[in-house]
Design a protein around this ligand. Sequence first.
Ligand SMILES: [Ca+2]
Length: 314
Amino acid sequence: MRRGNGFIGSFGAAIVTAGLAIGLCLAWSADAQPQRGEWLEVTTEWDGDTWHVDSPHGYEIIGFDSSWDWPNFPHWQKEAAFDGDFGNFAHPESGDIPVWVGLDLGEGVRKEITGVRYAPRDGFEERGLGATIKGANEPDLSDAVVLYTNEEQRPSGEWTTFEIDHPEGFRFVFYEGDPAAGTTEVAALEFYGLTPVVEVAPRRHVVVAPGGQTELGPVLIHEDYEADATFEWFFEGELLEGETGAGLMIDDATVEQDGTYTVVVRHPDFEDPVAEFDIVVRVFEAQAPVAGVLGLGVLAGALALLGGMRRTRK
Ligand SMILES: [Ca+2]
């Protein structure tokens, strides 16, 4: 299978045409980043009293609960691994060994983890020895598997990149210190990953007039996965036989087609579906648009011409 580092497959032209800013075409300049995958973006900021977490895709930070000598060092919490500051670090209290810090990517999300960037606490670099990167899908992490083991002492104050090649999808990804190294303090951490599904275009809520035509999706697939992805479409939970495309066309819409469509995307590298999206379709005559006076005048004229011919709902 081709393992490129590009982001857009043959649907790229469609994205550009649609003018959608999908926010994935980031131009990485630092060569220390993993060769594959996008940064699973989470940033944090300490305001002197509490941590603020920002993630454009809604990822949540998971990990140890109690920080060392709290509240004397209230900022040494798990969020400190994501603040972009090599000097500030996540440090669990002694009873919480080992430190573990990671991300919950969200219910239903499965990403291949392609790499990690990491930096240990200055002066305590040896405590990162034996630390592992793990992926899991059960909320209690009971099915966690090791994706990478750190067998070298890494420098503080700079990024070290771990490349990961484990083509399986995970909802949870985390760093876990080795108890044999004593408590382990993480100064900086970034996870990188890929999902076969880039986006569902153009929208999740579709309005179409009776007799009209619309396409649901298409589901945009990352070029690394494009050749092998498969699609199933459901209407109100019933499988639509023969609908196996990345998009679903509705021709000559009827009110019977009003409802919730679901597309389930699978890829042979992933045991579970890699994505499942609902698209709600409403079939009815659109309201007159809020337009300028001129537009309303034209509309009124058209309605006058049509007289009693206006189509009514079935
Ligand atoms: Ca930090």
